[in-house]
Every structure is written in structure tokens, then in C-alpha cells.
Design a protein around this ligand. Sequence first.
Ligand SMILES: Nc1ncnc2c1ncn2[C@@H]1O[C@H](COP(=O)(O)OP(=O)(O)O)[C@@H](O)[C@H]1O
Ligand SMILES: O=C(O)C1=C[C@@H](OP(=O)(O)O)[C@@H](O)[C@H](O)C1
Ligand SMILES: [Mg+2]
Length: 173
Amino acid sequence: MVVILIGYMASGKSTLGRILAKKLNYEFLDLDDFIEKKENAAVSDIFNLKGEIHFRALETQYLKELLASKNNLVLSLGGGTPCYSNNMETILNADNTKSIYLKASIPTLITRLKNEKSTRPLIAHIETDDLLAEFIGKHLFERSQFYSLANATITTDNKIANDIVEELVLQLF
Ligand SMILES: Nc1ncnc2c1ncn2[C@@H]1O[C@H](COP(=O)(O)OP(=O)(O)O)[C@@H](O)[C@H]1O
Ligand SMILES: O=C(O)C1=C[C@@H](OP(=O)(O)O)[C@@H](O)[C@H](O)C1
Ligand SMILES: [Mg+2]
């Protein structure tokens, strides 16, 4: 099986995916890290030097490669991956794949992203907390239509990582 974790920036995809993979004894890959290795460049640099459209093309290309070649894998996507190039359709139609939406509330996302703006090029330039909150609210609303297509949804607010991973395992088997 390939387990795919989707959700907004800072919903916990990368952190929880790693723990889940250990628990299942599956391989773990983070799509952003995979792109960085393959392209020998940081995601921020790809955005800033080659543009978001180029990054989205890479995301789609590597997502398809991984879905076609891997098994017993936990794959954490980037927050935007399901929202471009029919990627959600690709994920839903892939054999032996289970997609899970890690749903976090806007206040939780704001709190986390205030401290982690610099590594995320879409929000790195937003100067005030009020503008960041406004951006996250609107952006999450636009993206929710894609995230909510996942095979299952787990709410993550006020839960510690290990408890969320326990819930993930219950959803899978
Ligand atoms: N359940 C949780 N409780 C508290 N903090 C969390 C939880 N899950 C993730 N985090 C923290 O939130 C931040 C974003 O997590 P990350 O895994 O990078 O999210 P994503 O890959 O979805 O962008 C990190 O600092 C991480 O430690
Ligand atoms: O939401 C997005 O469009 C993005 C999310 C990031 O991943 P995380 O969701 O792991 O932060 C990364 O792929 C890139 O900065 C774009
Ligand atoms: Mg991540």
C-alpha cells in the first residue's frame, strides 16, 4: 500500500508521515525533500529562481513517478500538491493507495506558520500576522475542495503526534 498524507502547510504531513512509516515498517518519503534531492536545490530556491509553475510541474512529475514505482510507502505531499494538474484525480485513481487529509484549524495553522514562514515561499513575504491570518483563511478555503476528496480525514487539533498516528493506523487497516 502507498499511504499519502495531504493537508495545508504546517498541518503535520512531514512530521506525522515519518512516525507513521516507522510504525508500519514502510519506507518514508516527503515529496518536497525528494524534489530537493532530485533537483539539487531547495524548494524556496526553485520557487524564487524558476517560478512556482516550474515547481508545480516537478511536483506532478515526481508524484507520478513515485506512485508508479513504489509500494509499502508513506508519502507526505506538499500543501499544494493535490490542488494542481489533476493530481488529486491521479492519487484517487492510483492502485493500492490510501489518501488521508490531515485537517488542522485556521488558528492552529496560523500559530505554527507564524514561526515557520521562512521555509515556505508562498508566505515568506507576508509581513504582518494579520495579513498572514487573512491569507491562510482564504487559501485554505480555496484548497479545501481538493483536500476533502481524500479517502479519509483526520482532525489534528490539540492532539499529540503519537495519538494522531494511532488514528491513522486505525483508518488504514
Ligand atoms: N500534532 C502536532 N502537535 C503540535 N505540533 C505539531 C503537530 N504536528 C506537527 N507539528 C509541528 O508543526 C510544524 C509543521 O509540521 P510539518 O510536519 O512540517 O507540516 P507540513 O509538512 O504539513 O507542512 C512543525 O514544527 C511540527 O513540529
Ligand atoms: O502549500 C504549498 O503550496 C506548499 C507547501 C510546502 O510544503 P508543506 O505543506 O510541507 O509546507 C512546499 O511544497 C511548498 O512551499 C509549497
Ligand atoms: Mg512538509
